[in-house]
Design a protein. Structure first.
Ligand code: EPS
Length: 390
């Protein structure tokens, strides 16, 4: 059975909820594990006023007994502290759709008579529950030594040169930075760009890298389009609000290179393991994890809601009109890092469950240890001709 999660709730409704179905029994789980990730999502230079209102904390309402998962669906709730300011209030009509948000498309699709119901559900507020569900997936993966981390690669025109900084160090340094950039000098430049954006009453996007370490060979499959691991990962990452582009490994750079420069040569370093001289494939070949770090790069658009009015149409008056400001972020790129990590953790947790079976941790751990590796001893060739279709 695949791992599934659903979220529900609106940005200014009473609360957000989620159900994560498919986590095996026997995983130790406390609210603190989830709250730590929710707190990460709230931190980031360039965030808006909402983050000063909310102290996102989770209530676990099902699926955990005695501090352990039972294999039953896990139900979560995060209250919206801001709700009390909206409950029972007459809110002025919202009739001028913001370019780049869900206002117009949502109203056409659902026949709304006011644009606000689109905003309420399409809002990035919903990502709090993706992080809550993802926190459990990350914790599950950690039981097998699999680590998912992330950091900001660029904000606006400011690009980071990571040099040969190891991924684990990038993760640690990113968490010490309020823009989640591991290189301090670049982080300072990013902060200046965000300050300019705030003063310019504008918004700013950027690029985020998510990396999964210690993923075993063999997750995902080429046998069907929807089982290819990179397809699942990019689908999940693209589904996050304001993400408009994703690549696995050095995909767009490789598209400009000849094949002999674009692939990861294999070599035997020790008698045993097949290693690689590079990781341009981003840890996935033929729809299957190849044991290298899985590297995903996501482009986040500068979000739609700007303090500076933009050209739109007031659907009530039928006149061209300027947009009206709805509280928002200026640069949510740093805050998107834990959100994208959560989506990657969810997909990898599902892929591991597909590989190992998923009733209980006690059954899965021994199976994990027996997984075949890219080694000569795990890949004995019979080395004679085959007549495959006789
Ligand atoms: C967000 C909550 C929202 C926005 C923002 C992020 O809260 P509010 O609408 O009450 O300010 O601040 O959402 C967006 C940027 C967006 O475009 O939807 C959150 O919890 O992360």
């Amino acid at each position: 059975m695949p791992l599934r999660f659903l979220t529900a709730g609106e940005s200014h409704g009473p609360s957000l909820t989620a159900i994560l179905d498919g986590i095996p029994a026997g995983l130790p789980l406390t609210a603190d594990i989830i709250n730590k990730e929710l707190a990460r999502r709230q931190q980031g230079y360039g965030s808006g006023g909402r983050m000063k209102i909310e102290k996102d904390t989770v209530q676990i309402l099902g699926g955990v007994m005695g501090g352990e998962t039972t294999g039953a669906p896990i139900a979560l709730l995060v209250p919206n502290d801001d709700h009390v300011k909206w409950k029972g209030k007459a809110i002025e009509p919202m009739t001028a759709p913001r370019p780049g948000h869900a206002d117009l498309t949502g109203a056409v699709k659902y026949g709304y008579k006011d644009l606000r119901p689109a905003l309420e559900r399409a809002s990035a507020r919903e990502t709090a529950m993706r992080v809550a569900a993802g926190a459990m997936c990350r914790h599950f993966l950690a039981q097998f030594g699999i680590v998912v981390g992330g950091y900001v690669s660029s904000i606006g025109e400011v690009q980071t040169d990571f040099g040969d900084m190891p991924y684990a160090e990038r993760f640690t340094r990113a968490e010490e930075s309020d823009v989640r950039c591991p290189v301090e000098t670049t982080a300072n430049q990013m902060r200046v760009e965000i300050e300019k954006t705030i003063h310019g009453k504008n918004t700013l996007g950027g690029v985020i890298e998510i990396v999964a370490l210690n993923v075993p060979v063999g997750l995902g499959s080429f046998v069907q389009w929807d089982r290819r691991l990179e397809a699942k990962l990019t689908h999940a990452v693209m589904s996050v609000q304001a993400i408009k582009g994703v690549e696995v490994g050095d995909a767009f750079e490789n598209a400009r290179l000849p094949g002999t420069e674009a692939h990861d040569a294999m070599q035997l370093v020790t008698r045993n393991s097949v290693t690689r001289t590079s990781n341009r494939a981003g840890g996935i070949e033929g729809g299957i994890s190849n044991g290298q770090p899985i590297v995903i790069r996501a482009a986040m658009k500068p979000i739609a809601t700007t303090l500076t009015p933009q050209q739109t149409v007031d659907l009530a008056s039928g006149e061209n009109a300027p947009t009206k400001y709805e509280r928002s972020d200026f640069c949510p790129v740093p805050r998107a890092v834990p959100i994208l990590e959560s989506m990657v953790a969810f997909v990898l947790a599902d892929a591991l469950l597909e590989k190992l079976g998923g009733d209980s941790m006690s059954e899965m751990k021994p199976r994990f240890e027996t997984l075949r590796k890219a080694t000569l001893e795990d890949l004995p060739m019979d080395n004679f001709p085959h007549v495959f279709w006789e």
